[in-house]
Each structure stands twice: as structure tokens, then as C-alpha cells.
Ligand binder design. Structure first.
Ligand code: HEC
Length: 158
């Protein structure tokens, strides 16, 4: 018996390939399981060829993905938006610089946030300034009035 020629080998290979492709089926022939029926008010939807595209609107109370512009906003946006949106920090009560530092340290040590040590002061500065600006007046410490603007309560000279 003669050994198979390269041509015969090639033909066999093509045959096996075609057979395999026939068993697998053409790309896109996979049919996803049917969508579970949703309850509640029906959102607007459109059905084409068994696919249903639905459009729905959800109003979140606070939807700030990024920290608003300000000094060091770029640093905090680079470090603090990968796991949760900015609203996580924007909804905190007014905190002192030390308290913010503790939060940032917790993110880093407990939740393994990849925050560079050198970025922490900038982030704490941003958060402290944001926190105070957002709430108007800082709590805790009595408000100092700038010199010169204090009302004159001395009763005058005469
Ligand atoms: C590795 C993921 C990750 C990164 C990065 C991250 N956080 Fe968090 N953060 C979390 C988790 C997890 C929680 C807790 C969420 C919860 O309690 O539901 C959280 C909660 C918070 C809270 C809510 C108060 C608290 O103490 O739990 C604040 C504020 C906060 N993060 C600020 C920040 C700031 C600022 C940065 C950037 C320095 C940051 N996060 C980066 C994971 C992360």
C-alpha cells in the first residue's frame, strides 16, 4: 500500500475541518434563553426578531460619577472613582481633615484602593474643601469672623 500523498492528507484535513464547523454551527446561531418576565409597569419596548429592546429611565437621587472641578479634582478623580461614584463622598456629613484622612486611609488599607501615598494630602485637601463648601458653614468650631467685618458693639466713644 502506498503512503498517502500530501494532496490526500490535505483533502482529509479539509474534510475534518468542514465536519467540525458543521457540528459547531455558524457563528451567531446560538439562541439566548428567553428573558424572564419583568413585573411592574412596562417600560417602552420594541421587539424585532425575538429580541426585545427596552428603554427605561431611572432617577437616582444623587448621580455624581465624577468629583466636581476644584483644586486637586484631577487627583481624586484618578484615585477615587474606580469602585464607587463621587456621590459616596459627596453625601457624607461635613468632616474634618483628620476624618477625611481616616476615610482615605480606610479606602487604601481596608478596601485596597490603589492610592499613592503622595496623593493622599491632595485628596484630603479636596475632600475637606468640598465638604465645607457643600454644607455652607463648618460645624463644631465657632465661626471666626474676619477682622474688620465684626459689628462694632462697643457703643462708640461717646
Ligand atoms: C478598591 C475600591 C475602592 C476605592 C478605589 C475607593 N473606595 Fe471608597 N469605598 C469602597 C467600599 C467597598 C466602600 C464601602 C461601601 C459600603 O459601605 O457600602 C467605600 C465607601 C466610601 C465612603 C463612605 C464612607 C465610609 O467610610 O464607608 C467614602 C466617603 C469613600 N468610600 C470615599 C473614597 C475616596 C475619597 C476614595 C479615594 C481615595 C475611595 N473611596 C476609593 C471602595 C473603594
Amino acid at each position: 500500500m502506498k503512503p498517502p500523498t500530501p494532496g490526500m492528507l490535505a483533502a482529509g484535513l479539509v474534510g475534518v475541518t468542514v465536519f467540525t464547523l458543521m457540528m459547531v454551527g455558524p457563528p451567531g446561531s446560538y439562541t439566548p434563553p428567553p428573558e424572564p418576565q419583568s413585573t411592574g409597569p412596562a417600560p417602552s419596548s420594541i421587539s424585532v426578531n425575538g429580541f426585545t429592546l427596552t428603554s427605561d429611565t431611572v432617577d437616582l437621587p444623587i448621580d455624581e460619577q465624577q468629583y466636581p472641578d476644584g483644586p486637586h479634582a484631577d487627583v481624586i478623580n484618578a484615585n477615587c472613582t474606580s469602585c464607587h461614584s463621587a456621590s459616596m463622598a459627596m453625601t457624607q456629613p461635613v468632616l474634618s481633615a483628620d476624618q477625611w484622612k481616616a476615610t482615605v486611609t480606610k479606602m487604601k488599607d481596608v478596601y485596597k484602593a490603589p492610592v499613592a501615598e503622595k496623593d493622599i494630602p491632595a485628596i484630603v485637601d479636596y475632600l475637606t474643601a468640598m465638604s465645607v463648601a457643600q454644607d455652607g458653614a463648618p460645624t463644631g468650631k465657632a465661626q471666626d469672623t474676619a477682622p474688620g467685618t465684626a459689628p462694632d458693639v462697643s457703643g462708640g466713644t461717646g
